[in-house]
Design a protein around this ligand. Structure first.
Ligand code: BMA
Length: 813
């Protein structure tokens, strides 16, 4: 009766040259198996990317032997269940081909009972070359469909339903991974095949929530079977119901009289109800968050809103874009998912956008988002290329999207289905589509319409958004520059070379992408470059920079804001100061425009290998300075300096839907840390508030230009919030060379670092060679007020001290 899970060790054989035989862990990928077996060098080190290209130019055979027990063989049907098969594969049981598949995002289920035998059985999966299949498909298309030139290193990936960045991206290594990334299961079916369970929430005016279950079950045998459904509340109270498997429609329900509502983090808690549905030895379990979700796109004076409304409250969406966790999918472990998503939450994010060039994420990703209160903006997997609209392609995509929406729609965290990433925009990028726009717009719409229809059919409770960015329903204007409606990708700074004040020229309703690169920190550099290559124009560094002009853009921007860094380590550090400054400039300004702006998602949260990129967390898990800044600039309460027309103003923001009492002081300091002037303030911030509490005329500031800086310290319910403002770019300021000291003490909850300084010090940053992070870093340190930060890691005081490096801005030159 029980399911057989065929995970664990399989055998990997190269079909081009069967001298390569190695064990492979399934779920897992070919590259990481070859790496573990010492058949290839680490693709992430040095310039090894080039040396491992042959791997994807081979066909590979995966073999697993297993015993079928008598209870399995007694079943009239035994379903082989596969998902995340990457990509072009032929599957055989005891030498008989049972399935051909070529869509990494679909689920395949096939009855293999006729091919099973007593004793040993052999399951084989032949993985064919993806590049050859992609090319063959492109040749069969009725007209050319431009692929992601510039991002992909291998052509025509747009014809294959596979993670698009596997062929390289402007932050991504090109491995063209292959393998099986999910459990391989054999399910004996005696009476009923339980294929899925979906729920719907109906909220009543008396406050109760009706949860309706729709069960997808196929009766196979002749015996009648009962399906048992149990719902357990967060405090452990259960209700249950039983339904016969052969009724039509197969639905039942629960009434929850006092529902505990699920909230995004920062707005409330995340109670989850457990649902279990079981029949015939099969069981589906889900954790359900009860919430009312609405996307407000109401037209207004400026254009139209894009606001997620949860349980009747407008939410300020704050977060970042997510790319696949690792370029070798076998290394995408649940522990790493947890770490990254907890780090997102720790930086006060409440939304993650799953970007369309990656993959529909694993179940554990969405389970964690439900648990942590992170809303998910879910792209469908299309990005930066045009896509075919042939009947075969549309049929395949329809099955893919239906499967994914059914798999994921019960997650409270999912807030939106979005058709693609930048595909509308891409029509204007390629010569073929630029010169024949109508044809490619129609081609776009054919696919996009299928996406919309499938999403709306499968999930009537959420909105479908055509593309990111997009101005709104059938409004396909220039969402890279139109900030009045819909979501916006604002790339004028990084890709178009404007200075950071360009962020002040737009007031997006929802900015779903904007980013600025930095180099990785020295400890991360050490994992992929030998000391001889510690130079940003070394071959290794250039291999680890996938955005053609990336290194030049960062270096050139140094010359606008900073004095040029004196050595390699300072160069890396300064690039992270610069990145933090860029994203902070934008985020604070847009938050100060609440409620006009209701969403800020920067590009990008993570890296899939060690690389120079827009990420705020490095591949090694280290927080870049940006991530520490994000923790402050995304905090529910923030104190933000805003340059108004003739004045400098301080705005206080409260995202929570409750009043908070704050008190603080703006101080104008000189470079010695002596006070020029102070302005205390105290106020009540209302729910979802944005208030100006202080202003200083520009004339007053200009009279003492370059003589000092403004610093605000605000106290809010025991939490200290600080911010700093300068009257010019740093290169023109007489930044003092402060001497910063750090003392490590063993506190009650682990190690603490006490930082002191004789003079004001800026962007004071702690870097540790080992594992762990700090509760805060990259901050202003004033001589009058030492700062204590917690070390969050397991190293002891001595190790921490030995591996600790301190930076500050005035030491870069
Ligand atoms: C965006 C993304 C990605 C890309 C990033 C940086 O628009 O959608 O395609 O990696 O820009 O260029």
């Amino acid at each position: 009766m029980t399911q057989l899970i065929l995970d664990g060790e399989w055998t990997l054989t190269s079909l081009a040259d069967d001298s390569i035989v190695a064990p492979i862990q399934i779920p897992g990928d070919v590259h990481s198996a070859l790496l573990a077996a010492d058949k290839i060098p680490d693709p992430y080190y040095g310039c090894n990317e080039t040396d491992v290209q042959w791997v994807s130019e081979h066909d590979w055979l995966l073999t697993k032997s297993f015993e079928a027990d008598s209870s399995t063989l007694e079943a009239p049907r035994v379903d082989l269940m596969l998902s995340m098969v990457d990509t072009v594969a032929s599957i055989a049981v005891n030498g008989e081909v049972v399935l051909l598949c070529a869509n990494m995002f679909r689920e395949y289920r096939v009855d293999v009972r006729p091919y099973l035998k007593q004793g040993e059985n052999i399951l084989t999966v032949t993985l064919k070359r993806a590049d050859i299949e992609a090319k063959a498909r492109a040749e069969r298309l009725p007209f050319p469909v431009p692929w992601a030139v510039g991002n992909n290193q291998i052509p025509h990936m747009n014809t294959l339903r596979k993670t698009q960045c596997h062929a390289g991206w402007d932050w991504g290594i090109c491995l063209l991974a292959s393998g099986i990334y999910d459990s391989v299961k054999l399910q004996p079916i005696h009476n009923v095949a339980l294929k899925g369970v979906r729920t719907a929430q109906q909220w009543q005016s008396n406050g109760q929530c009706d949860l309706t279950l729709s069960i997808d079950a196929e009766v196979v045998g002749t015996d009648s079977a009962a399906i048992e459904c149990v719902l357990t509340s967060p405090c452990g109270e259960s209700q249950s119901t039983i339904i016969a498997a052969d009724v039509e429609p197969l639905t039942c329900g629960f009434t929850i009289t006092h529902p505990e509502r699920w909230w995004p983090t920062g707005y409330g808690s995340q109670p989850l109800y457990s649902l279990t549905v079981s029949v015939d030895g099969q069981r589906v379990t889900k954790r359900i968050g009860l919430r009312e979700l609405h996307l407000d796109t109401t037209p207004d004076e400026a254009g139209s809103a894009l606001t997620f409304v949860m349980n009747g409250k407008a939410i300020m969406s704050k977060g970042a874009n997510w790319i696949p966790l690792d370029a070798m999918p076998g290394l995408q472990t649940p522990e790493r998912y947890r770490q990254l998503l907890e780090d997102a939450k720790a930086a006060n994010m409440n939304m993650i956008r799953v970007w369309g060039g990656g993959m529909y994420e694993r179940d554990c990703f969405y389970e964690l988002c439900d648990e942590l209160g992170l809303m998910v903006w879910q792209d469908l997997m299309f990005a930066c290329a045009l896509y075919p609209s042939t009947p075969e392609f549309l049929k395949d995509v329809e099955l893919e999207v239906a499967y994914q929406v059914r798999r994921l729609s019960d997650h409270a965290s999912i807030a939106l289905w979005c058709g693609d990433n930048e595909v509308i925009g891409a029509i204007g990028w390629y010569p073929e589509s630029r010169t024949n726009r109508e044809k490619y717009v129609v081609n776009y719409d054919r696919l996009n319409r299928v996406l919309q229809e499938v999403v709306e059919r499968e999930d009537p409770y959420r909105r479908f958004w055509a593309s990111s960015p997009c101005n709104g329903e059938l409004d396909f204007g220039d969402a890279w520059h139109d900030d009045n409606k819909g979501d916006m990708h604002f790339w004028d700074v990084w890709h178009s070379g404007k200075s950071f004040d360009a962020y002040h020229t737009v007031k997006p309703r929802f900015c779903s992408e904007f980013g600025y690169q930095s180099w990785p920190s020295l400890p991360t550099v050490k994992t992929f470059a030998s000391e001889a290559d510690w130079n940003v124009t070394s071959p290794t560094f250039e291999q680890h920079q996938k955005n053609g002009r990336g290194n030049s853009i960062m270096t050139e921007m140094f010359t606008r804001y900073f004095r040029f860094p004196k050595d390699f380590a300072q160069m890396l550090y300064l690039s992270q100061v610069q990145q933090a400054l860029a994203i902070k400039t934008a985020s604070e300004y847009w938050r100060a425009n609440k409620p006009l702006c209701r969403g800020i998602l920067y590009w990008q949260l993570n890296d899939c290998w060690p690389v120079s990129s827009w990420s705020s967390i490095e591949y090694t898990g280290r927080w870049k300075q940006l991530h520490y800044h994000a923790k402050r600039f995304f905090d529910a309460q923030a104190a933000v300096f805003v340059e108004e027309q003739d004045a400098l103003a301080l705005r206080l923001i409260n995202d929570e839907h409750r009043n908070v009492h704050v008190r603080g002081q703006v101080t104008w300091y000189d470079w010695q840390g002596e006070v020029i002037d102070t302005w205390p303030f105290e106020t009540k911030l209302g729910e979802d508030d944005n208030q100006m509490v202080w202003q200083c005329d520009r004339e007053v500031i200009d009279e003492r230009k370059h003589q000092g800086f403004f610093h605000v310290v605000m106290e809010c319910e025991g939490k200290e919030i600080t911010n700093t403002w300068f009257d010019d770019v740093y290169k023109r300021l007489p930044l003092p060379k402060a001497s910063v000291d750090v003392e490590i003490i063993e506190g009650m909850d682990g190690l603490q670092l006490v930082l002191t300084s004789d003079l004001p010090a800026f962007f004071v940053h702690l870097e540790f060679e080992g594992e762990g992070r700090f509760s805060d870093s990259s901050f202003t340190l004033m001589p009058c007020s030492p700062v204590t930060v917690n070390f969050e890691g397991s190293a002891d005081a001595e190790t921490l001290k030995a591996g600790l490096r301190l930076y500050q801005l005035s030491e870069t030159f």
